[in-house]
Design a protein around this ligand. Sequence first.
Ligand SMILES: Cc1ncc(C[n+]2csc(CCOP(=O)(O)OP(=O)(O)O)c2C)c(N)n1
Ligand SMILES: [Mg+2]
Length: 803
Amino acid sequence: MKSTEDRKVAEWSKEEVLADFRLANLSRNLSIIGRKEVLSGRAKFGIFGDGKEIIQIAMAKQFRNGDWRSGYYRDQTWMMAMGLYDSMQFFHQLYGNTDRDLNPGNGGRVFNNHFSVPNINADGSWKDLTKQKNSSSDISPTAGQMPRLLGLAYASKLFRQNKELHKFNTLSVKGNEVAFGSIGDASTSEGHFWETMNAAGVLQVPMAVSVYDDGYGISVPKKYQTTKGSISEILKGFETEGERIGIRIFKGKGWDYTGLLKMYETGIDICRREHTPVLFHIEDVTQPQGHSTSGSHERYKSEERLKWEQEFDPLRKMREWIIKSGIATADEVDRVVADADSEAKESRKKAWELFQNPVKTERDALVKIINQRSCRCSEEVKESTVDEFTDELKKVINPIRKDNFVTARKMLRNVCGSCEKSGNLKEELEGWLKRNYMDAHKAYNMFLYNETPTSVLNVKPVAPVYTENSQEVPGRQVLRENYDRLFARNPLLVTFGEDTGHIGGVNQSLEGLQKKYGELRITDTGIREATILGQGIGLALRGMRPIAEIQYLDYLMYALQLLSDDLATTHYRTAGRMVAPLIISTRGHRLEGIWHSGSPMSMLINSVRGVYVCSPRDMTRAAGFYNTLLEGNDPAIVIEPLNGYRLKEKMPENIGEFRLELGVPEILNPGEDITIVTYGSTVRVAQEAVKHLEAHGISAELIDVQTLVPFDRKHLILDSVRKTGRILFLDEDVPGGTTAYMMQEVLEKQGAWQYLDSAPKTLTGKEHRPAYTTDGDYFSKPSAEDIFDTVYAMMKEAIPEKY
Ligand SMILES: Cc1ncc(C[n+]2csc(CCOP(=O)(O)OP(=O)(O)O)c2C)c(N)n1
Ligand SMILES: [Mg+2]
């Protein structure tokens, strides 16, 4: 095929042009009908891609198998042009259909126009990513797609430059894949955008970003968003100038079909061949229906702007061009438009039925149970109440499952359980609820974690082995030797972060390994936590095994938004169809001062459910977690104890091989009088306190929970409380933080409250962050003396005659 550049307009295939025009019209019709569906109450919310159709059709032509997308909610036409989305799926998403086969993009977990393409099979094995067009899963926070996009592009660089990876030919064809991104003009105001562009320029990766510049971010115009009102103008400093390589910038117009085709062909070719980042600034973009169904754009666009948008509507412009250039007649064009129109209407009808039918079937089964009840015993069953409920249920015009469940549950309160077996209303209702709750659970609650056989919870543990000759070495050396084995074994493993490469980490746990395994595998990055995380997410989605290093736990906050919004929701928002098994390695707890000794574990566990949280007490435990995590496909954070790198540990003989099970606490000191539950750096403090308690006749059972999420899967702590009748939850988080979480797990979930002889207690750090110096630490975090006194007081209260 001739390149677009060389083609004369007259040579263009009429079929291709008309197919493009049909798709643009179909997409537009979907947007228009979609908005009506929301305004009429059938759908809850809608956000559409009207005005952006032609850009996306042009871009999609350059998207090849193996390429990746990281975009946003305007991309419906792009997804359709790639064959990854259709008019039926459009409505399934709009209604929130939870059938994963009908709505594979998000299974009803996210609102409409949030897409994805599975990267794993049902058994958790990787798909052949080179044989499909790939899309990472969209998130709503503006510019949240950017850091992940960097990682998707970075993977191509590694697959191309590291020859050892060429054999992984179902993940990449020697790194020839482009990562395509899209973003709105206003979202380029976000830090994520700038951090990503800078990192992409530094790293030189095949990342192709399109900015759809429609002049507004909801109601706020460009003059409040962008310096000089032009993103391509202000990115000029990033632009490649001869030998000074940066990013390449192209400009196009949102209505200019042929211009866009040429621009994307040229730009993507450069991006793919040269592995250099490319930015397409698309101006003159319209938004015919305004931002979303939440309001109308007449409120903030001038008459003049509205008129301009009509005139420069890409569909109108394309129609004019087709007719003027003689590709097709007005009649032919109109037939295409009519055809697209009827497909959109037809799909709406069919998709609505597919959405409603299961709800109605569920409702009918419920009504049948009620109508066929034998329960007529008027004292117990209030007949009028029952009829009132069913009447109300039947009156609902657009029923949803909630209506059925509310009715069934209210009904249950009003019926007796003593009628004859067949037609016993209580029993039948309970059966109905149980069956349908199981189904609703699958639709709305499953897949927070990987639930396939590749879950890390299925990884078999292997104990560390020691002999009489096992040496005592500083903790960092255990990690280093362990990493050495891991890097030798798995070519897909990479680690990167601030100071990770050349010096081997601020604590030298990777010392000398860059020299041994190369800069592509053990890599220094800029100071940019959010994109370090994004880099990891993108690599993980593409089947690599990244360990993203965040230098200190306190600085994880820069990446927390993505950790929470993107990584932690990956399984959940794709209804279990995508994995991003990224390991985040960081270090925290006790050191010195406000920003190097934090232990904000409750911040983590409460915002990153979906990511496992490991809090090892020493480096042997940390290594054991890395070894386990690399055998499964879940994302996880490992927080190494900051003050443990120099402390001596025994080097296991089976370094690199031993594996620690997630969610299994370890009893470090068996005891009879009280259970002390803790984790991380506080373990060592507690061990000291336990010795002193022993000397005063108190036998404390010390338990290291090891991982906070998952928490004590085998309920070992419950067994301990059964024995001791007392419990203290200890850590250096804030009061009411992780100790409260552990307390809820043990007392409420495990039911340990029944075995308590004393009130349960928590001992934590102070509310403020820890002050500087050893004294700052002593007066900010629990000490061995604090633990001793707390436990002693508990014992004294219980047995005053003895203590
Ligand atoms: C972090 C964040 N802040 C605010 C919002 C609310 N919001 C959603 S879309 C949007 C405007 C985005 O405008 P632009 O990037 O130009 O994209 P467009 O919708 O115009 O295509 C805003 C403010 C959000 N989703 N995320
Ligand atoms: Mg905009």
